[in-house]
Design a protein. Structure first.
Length: 103
């Protein structure tokens, strides 16, 4: 499972952030690792330098072998909370897709 992080110009895409995101997703989605070929994470600040609630958006796209990609999004006031919300949604979406494949 390859994980790719993309950030906009308002988010510092430092190595520490990339390591944090990669480890968090690897641990959270390890149950599905054999089915996922690639994960793309897009983190952006929706209103740049202005303060506001839920202005950090995290989109996660999972590409599954032989299936359509799954896209989820999370919004919060911090990068970590937005990432956690998106991961929770991705887990639920993957559970649904894998459940349908088994039946």
């Amino acid at each position: 499972m390859k994980i790719q992080l993309n950030t906009d110009k308002n988010i510092q895409g430092a190595e520490a952030l990339e390591t944090f995101v990669t480890e968090k997703i690897s641990k959270s989605l390890k149950h599905f690792a054999d089915k996922i070929t690639r994960i793309e994470v897009h983190i952006s600040d929706q209103n740049s330098q202005k303060a506001g609630t839920d202005d950090i958006q995290c989109k996660i796209e999972a590409r599954l072998e032989g299936l359509q990609p799954i896209l989820v999004a999370g919004k919060s006031n911090t990068t970590e909370k937005a990432l956690n919300e998106a991961i929770a949604k991705m887990k639920a979406a993957l559970d649904t897709v894998m459940g349908k494949l088994k039946s």
